[in-house]
Design a protein around this ligand. Structure first.
Ligand code: PHE
Length: 455
């Protein structure tokens, strides 16, 4: 065995903080903002079922693969994959997988930060008492007005990026760990408050049956691809984040347990968000398929009617911002580590440089809601195209290659040393899933969606 590498950035102070940071990366706008609206657009229960199966069957083993690849390589995803390939006597060009992951994270953060900015604006709206003094129609217009105001959107997008850059510039222990310690538990608490309120709205059972009663006639092949893409997005798979966080994981920590905790908490939060949101949607006769504005229109309506609604809305959007920030930092770290390790830049400079590039790219998403709303790429606006291309194409393909690399290319002895699974049954399960089930499933979903085969 080669000697263990060390990361130049240090390590997590404990394995628990790794789980917290990685769960913080996984839980974010994907759970609270995206999951409810894509569930709404794809007809509910059947979509949720496919999503859950993707998380459990493909997501968890892939998380394990990414964590162990990162930990073995102890560097940014590109270097980590290259070094593990070399350790396995294979070509260094496998590092393309790492580069593509880092690129995906870079692209995602550009629009992710814009949405996090919406949540920031809503903190201010809530504090001003907008929601308790407006009718549901007026609240819907608050969102539309925000979309029509590019300078305000640029201001919030910039604020999110500055905070993200600032945290990452402090490094792992002083930056990421401190941010996560503070933000993650608060976010969970507030989400629970919303769920309890929602349970009281009288439409709880409609909400639950929309989420959990599968109606397969509503499921399209595109819906299946979206469910798969979202499973990857929500677990932060193939974006460099998890591999990067794995690079800072102490040697003795269990990879399998970490992956299971991350996936289970992430799923729980998504379902809780759905449970909090759909009863409110139905109680107010809103459209579940309303698209990206869904939670920015539904939740404020509910808050506007509850006692101390402005206070709870303020806290809720603060928490949404926290959830987004713990994900945003995990999206920036891989690029920063790559710039530091490959090009010898200082952490602060690397954070500012990459942050600026991402900020610039994000302006396109902002304008796609106003100035550029008529500019379409394959029938989608700039923002929709970015989201679609990353979530539904780059991430599934990235996941496919991570699976192939971890199961077919990496030496068996390395896998065994890193995953350290004592049970033979678990070992075989992981191996079969990564070798056959995940690659075949991802390929079939793709081909089916492209109309090349018909399942
Ligand atoms: N998983 C995060 C969410 O659900 C988004 C994210 C994607 C974060 C990829 C890091 C990497 O909001």
């Amino acid at each position: 065995m080669t000697q263990e590498r060390v990361s130049i950035h240090g390590q997590w102070s404990s394995r628990w903080i790794f789980v917290l940071a990685a769960t913080g990366a996984a839980v974010g706008l994907g759970n609270v903002w995206k999951f409810p609206y894509i569930t709404g657009q794809n007809g509910g229960g059947a979509f949720v079922l496919v999503y859950l199966v993707c998380v459990a069957v493909i997501g968890v083993p892939l998380l394990m693969a990414e964590i162990f690849l990162g930990r073995r390589g102890r560097a940014n995803p590109a270097n980590a994959v290259r070094d593990v390939a070399l350790d396995s006597d294979k070509s260094r060009y496998w590092q393309v997988i790492g580069w593509v992951s880092v690129l995906s994270g870079f692209l995602i953060l550009s629009y992710y930060s814009v949405i996090a900015g919406w949540a920031m604006d809503y903190i201010v709206q809530a504090m001003k008492g907008t929601f308790s003094t407006s009718s549901p129609e007026q609240i819907t217009q608050v969102f539309d007005r925000l979309m029509a105001n590019p300078s305000l959107l640029v201001f919030w997008h910039s604020s999110v990026m500055i905070i993200t850059i600032f945290i990452i510039a402090q490094g792992i222990r002083l930056g990421i760990e401190k941010a996560v310690y503070f933000m993650f538990p608060s976010m969970i608490l507030l989400l629970l408050v919303t769920v309890f309120y929602s349970a009281d709205s009288g439409y709880f059972s409609e909400g639950l049956s929309f989420l959990f009663k599968p109606d397969f006639s509503k499921l399209t092949s595109e819906g299946v691809l979206v469910a798969l893409g979202h499973a990857f997005f929500t677990l932060s798979i193939a974006t460099g984040s998890i591999m990067m966080y794995g690079a800072y994981l102490p040697k003795d920590a269990s990879v399998a347990k970490g992956a299971i905790y991350i996936a289970a908490s992430d799923t729980l939060v998504a379902l809780l968000a759905g449970i909090a949101i759909f009863p409110i949607v139905f109680a107010n006769h809103l459209e579940p398929g309303a698209g990206p504005g869904l939670i920015f229109k539904t939740l404020p309506i509910a808050f506007g009617q509850m006692p101390y609604g402005d206070l709870f809305a303020t806290l809720f959007f603060i928490m949404l911002v926290f959830a987004a920030l713990t994900s945003a930092i995990s999206l920036l770290e891989p690029t920063v580590a790559l710039l530091m390790e490959r090009y010898n830049l200082s952490r602060k400079f690397a954070a500012m440089l990459s942050g600026f590039g991402i900020w610039l790219l994000g302006l396109g998403s902002i304008f796609s809601f106003n100035h550029w709303s008529n500019f379409k790429i394959f029938g989608k606006t700039y923002f929709e195209a970015f989201d679609y291309f990353t979530s539904n194409i780059l991430l599934p393909l990235g996941g496919l290659f991570v699976a192939i690399f971890a199961a077919w290319v990496v030496k068996k002895s390395i896998v065994q040393e890193e995953l350290h699974m004592n049970s033979r049954c678990l070992r075989v399960c992981w191996d079969i899933t990564m070798r056959y089930i995940a690659p075949v499933a991802i390929t079939v979903i793709f081909l089916d969606f492209m109309g090349i085969i018909n399942v």
